[in-house]
Design a protein. Structure first.
Length: 73
């Protein structure tokens, strides 16, 4: 069993995009919930939720890619 370096690098790149999303998404949601009286409340809340969903998808794809590179097809 050999590790495919190209696929492993792709998985690590996906995981590197995941880490900022994991912190930015909840922070945006928190700021949106603090300022409920602002007219752009729903836009900011939707943006935060979208970033959190993106983080979960990237996390899943990154782990899947890393496992694929380690254990083959």
């Amino acid at each position: 069993m050999t590790t495919s370096k190209e696929i492993l690098n792709k998985g690590i790149k996906l995981m590197s995009w995941t880490l900022p999303c994991l912190f930015i998404g909840p922070t945006i949601i928190h700021f949106a919930l603090i300022n409920k009286n602002q007219p752009v409340f729903w836009i900011i809340l939707t943006l935060g939720i979208a970033i959190c969903i993106t983080a979960m998808i990237l996390l899943f794809l990154g782990l899947k890619t890393i496992v694929k590179s380690l254990f083959g097809n």
